[in-house]
Design a protein around this ligand. Structure first.
Ligand SMILES: [Mg+2]
Ligand SMILES: [Zn+2]
Length: 526
C-alpha cells in the first residue's frame, strides 16, 4: 500500500492475469484499454484540488520519433554549445514542463518496438503488434482479411466526431507509421500507396494509407475530414505517369492513376493544397479550412539540409504555427499531432548531428506552440515513440564538444588538451551506438544522401585522429555491425503542461497517454 498525504492508495490489480501454462499475461485489446483507464483513475486520486482542473479544450501531442532520453540529453548539450556555452546546464524548451513521467514502449509482440505499434498505443489507448496501424493485436500483419472487426478508434477520429478540428504535421512522409496511426487503419505500415499492395495479402482490398487520409471524411460520416495535413510523401498521392511530380518531374507511385491531391480539394470544403514553401507561406489560415501540404516526394529534409531542398520546405516550427492558426478557428477546440519524424532516420544511419539538430528543431516547434495557445485550455504533451541504441560515454571534460572526441581531465583538474586514447591507442567519440552500419564511416559529401553510403568498415576500429567527427557527414562507430542501427527498448520520457498534465506521473505504459488525453479533454463527455 502506498500512502500519499491524505490519500491511501491500494495498487490496482490490473486486468492482466497470469496464464498458468505459459507464464505470460493474458492480454487483450480490452485489457490494455481497461488498464489504461485504471491508471488515469489512480493518478486522478493523487490530485489535491479535485474540483479545480479545467478541461483541455485543445490537445497537442508532440512526438520525437526515436527521441530517447540520451537523445534529449545530447541535443540539450549541443543546443547550449551552439550558443557558445558548455551545454550540460542547458534545457530544451520542453524540459521545463512541470510534469514528467516514463513511458514503457514495448509492443504487444516485441520487447523492442517500432513506430506503428507505439503510436497506435498513444492514439487508441491499446497496445498492439509491431507494424500494425490502429488495428489490434488479433490482426495478422500484412493480411487484409484479418482486419475485419479489429479496428481501434483513434483520438483523432473521436475529435472529428465531436466537431473538433484535427491536424497531423510531420517531417516524415504523411503516410509513415506515426502520422498514419492518427487517421488510418491498416494491417501493414508499409502499405503507403497501391503500388505496395501486391507485397501483402490483400484479398479484402484494404485501402492504402494515402487513400485513407484523403477519404477520411468519406469513411467517417459526420466528420468534415482533417483540417491540416502537412509533411512529406507526395509520391504516394500522385499517379504513376511522367512528370506527375511538379518538383522533380518524376512519376508518382499510384498505379490506380488517381491524383489524390485533387481529390483532397474535391472531398473538403474551402480546401487548399501546397507543395513548396512559397505556396505554404501564401496560405492565409483565416481563409483556408482544410490544408494539405506535401513538400517532398518522400521524407522532408533534415533541419540541417532544409535550405538545399529543391522546391523549398517550411520548418517543423513554421508548419506547427500555421497548423495552430488554422485549427484554432474551431470553437470546439482541436487535436494536433506534430512529429519530428527524422530524428529516427538519422539515428538509423548513425549520424548523430542530424538527429540532434532535428531534436532541437522539435524543441523550437514546442516553444512556438506554447507561446501561441492558451495554457488554461490546452494540454501539450511531448514524448517519443521509442528510443535508439545511442549512448553518451567516456569521462569527457565539462563543455567538451558533444559531437567531438572524448578529452579527459588531468590530475590537476585541467583538460588534457588531447583526445583520450582507447586500449588500441586510438581516440574515440563521446557519442556512439551499440549497433549499426559498421565501426566507422569517413566523412561524406555535404548532402543528406551521404548518410546512406554503403562503404561500411566491419574490419575494426579506424583511426579517428585526423577525422573531424563534428562534420555532418560523420557516421559514428558501432559495436555490432548491422545493416541499419536499431531502436532501443528502454523507457522514454513524457513531458506535459496544461490541464490534465498532472496525470502524467510515474512509470506508465505508453497507451496510458491516450487515456490521459481523453480524460483531460473530456472528449467523450462533450
Ligand atoms: Mg475536421
Ligand atoms: Zn525507426
Amino acid at each position: 500500500m502506498i500512502s500519499f498525504k491524505h490519500i491511501t492508495f491500494m495498487p490496482l490489480l490490473l486486468t492482466l492475469s497470469l496464464s498458468a501454462t505459459e507464464g505470460i499475461p493474458q492480454e487483450s485489446p480490452q485489457s490494455w484499454f481497461d488498464a489504461g483507464q485504471a491508471v488515469v483513475a489512480r493518478n486522478k486520486s493523487y490530485r489535491y484540488a479535485q474540483a479545480d482542473i479545467p478541461i483541455a479544450k485543445n490537445i497537442i501531442l508532440f512526438i520525437g520519433d526515436g527521441m530517447g532520453v540520451s537523445t534529449v540529453t545530447a541535443a540539450r548539450i549541443l543546443e547550449g554549445q551552439l550558443r557558445g556555452e558548455p551545454g550540460e546546464e542547458n534545457e530544451l524548451f520542453f524540459e521545463e514542463f512541470p510534469n514528467v513521467a516514463l513511458s514503457k514502449t514495448y509492443n504487444s509482440d516485441r520487447q523492442v518496438p517500432d513506430s506503428a505499434g507505439t503510436m497506435t498505443a498513444m492514439t487508441t489507448g491499446v497496445k498492439t503488434d509491431m507494424g500494425l496501424i490502429a488495428v489490434n493485436e488479433y490482426v495478422v500483419r500484412g493480411n487484409c482479411d484479418s482486419q475485419s472487426g479489429n479496428h481501434l478508434q483513434t483520438i483523432l477520429e473521436s475529435a472529428e466526431q465531436h466537431g473538433m478540428a484535427t491536424g497531423v504535421v510531420t517531417t516524415a512522409r504523411l503516410t509513415h507509421a506515426t502520422p498514419a496511426s492518427n487517421y488510418a487503419h491498416i494491417m501493414e505500415r508499409e502499405f503507403e500507396d497501391d503500388q505496395d499492395g501486391p507485397r501483402f495479402s490483400n484479398p479484402g482490398d484494404c485501402a492504402d494509407i494515402a487513400r485513407q487520409l484523403i477519404e477520411f471524411s468519406v469513411n467517417n460520416p459526420g466528420s468534415d475530414g482533417l483540417e491540416v495535413a502537412l509533411g512529406g510523401g507526395r509520391q504516394s498521392f500522385l499517379p504513376a505517369r511522367p512528370n506527375a511530380d511538379p518538383e522533380t518531374g518524376n512519376p508518382g507511385e499510384r498505379l490506380d492513376g488517381r491524383d489524390l491531391t485533387t481529390e483532397w480539394l474535391e472531398n473538403h470544403s474551402n480546401a487548399d493544397y501546397v507543395w513548396n514553401k512559397q505556396q505554404f507561406e501564401a496560405i492565409d489560415p483565416a481563409r483556408t479550412d482544410h490544408l494539405l501540404g506535401l513538400f517532398d516526394p518522400s521524407h522532408m529534409a533534415y533541419s540541417l539540409d532544409i535550405d538545399s531542398d529543391q522546391g523549398g520546405e517550411p520548418s517543423l516550427s513554421e508548419m506547427t504555427a500555421k497548423a495552430i492558426r488554422l485549427l484554432d478557428k474551431n470553437d470546439k477546440g482541436f487535436y494536433l499531432n506534430v512529429e519530428a519524424g527524422r530524428i529516427d532516420h538519422a539515428h538509423h544511419a548513425v549520424n548523430p548531428k542530424r538527429a540532434l539538430l532535428d531534436t532541437i528543431e522539435l524543441a523550437r516547434a514546442v516553444k512556438t506552440a506554447y507561446e501561441m495557445v492558451d495554457l488554461e485550455e490546452t494540454l501539450i504533451i511531448v514524448t517519443a515513440d521509442h528510443s535508439h541504441v545511442f549512448t553518451i560515454a567516456g569521462y569527457p571534460i565539462r563543455g567538451n564538444p558533444i559531437l567531438g572526441k572524448a578529452v579527459n581531465v588531468d590530475s590537476s583538474g585541467e583538460s588534457e588538451n588531447a583526445s583520450a586514447l582507447a586500449r588500441d591507442g586510438m581516440p574515440y567519440t563521446t557519442l556512439g551506438y551499440q549497433n549499426g552500419e559498421g565501426f566507422h564511416f569517413l566523412p561524406g559529401t555535404n548532402t543528406a544522401d551521404s548518410i546512406h553510403r554503403t562503404d561500411v568498415n566491419t574490419a575494426g576500429r579506424s583511426d579517428l585522429t585526423d577525422i573531424d567527427t563534428t562534420h555532418e557527414g560523420f557516421h559514428s562507430e558501432t559495436v555490432v555491425p548491422l545493416r541499419q542501427e536499431t531502436h532501443a527498448g528502454e523507457d522514454v520520457a513524457i513531458y506535459a503542461v496544461g490541464p490534465g498534465a498532472d496525470l502524467v506521473r510515474g512509470v506508465m505504459e505508453q497507451n496510458v497517454i491516450f487515456h490521459i488525453m481523453m480524460e483531460a479533454s473530456q472528449l467523450e463527455q462533450r
